[in-house]
Design a protein around this ligand. Sequence first.
Ligand SMILES: Cc1cc2nc3c(=O)[nH]c(=O)nc-3n(C[C@H](O)[C@H](O)[C@H](O)COP(=O)(O)O)c2cc1C
Length: 198
Amino acid sequence: MSQSRQSDYPIDPLFTRRWSPRAFTGEHIQESTLLSLLEAARWAPSAFNAQPWRFIYGRSDTPSWQPIFDNLVEFNRGWAHRAAALIVVLSKKRYLAPGATESQENSSHSFDAGAAWASLAFQVTLSGWHAHGLGGFNPDGLRHALGIPEDYAIEAVIAIGKLGDKATLPEALQAREFPNARRPLSELVADGRFVFDE
Ligand SMILES: Cc1cc2nc3c(=O)[nH]c(=O)nc-3n(C[C@H](O)[C@H](O)[C@H](O)COP(=O)(O)O)c2cc1C
């Protein structure tokens, strides 16, 4: 573990152990294992308990993989081809309250899907796998290929895999293959009033 992953205050080591490698082994993942990772995401908190998150997965040894993989940007295709699964994270933009006849906008659909992704990522770490979030994908291509309706936002794609040897990566990526650092907590939190520089 890199020295850059020292917490400023005591926390469970799980939080600094989770990181996003690009070198994966190419090992496949069982569907039941993947569903167990996604089960953790299911229990995330959400406004109104609306649970706006949805997940579409493709495992690398199944036909569901290719349409997701093909819609990653070239940079991400360059390393994600050795992942075991790709998961598309969606969020439902509207919410039908219990007893209501008309749906309303859910202003926290993305926030809540973020909580679900974090839960997934920590369960992935606990289960001995690694997860890497991807914003570099073609949203229109993915929407069309997977039949995703317009009232669902495409939030991210998550690559899941077993940690591999960084020598399998292109040289430029090998140099970046380590757990990175964070801003000090003092730049991120304030007591009672906005004081942040940027
Ligand atoms: C929503 C989101 C989008 C990201 N997009 C990409 C991406 O397209 N390609 C990539 O290599 N890494 C991507 N990352 C990984 C981030 O760079 C990484 O999470 C960040 O540097 C923090 O490092 P850590 O996850 O190892 O702690 C993304 C992460 C998130 C959460």
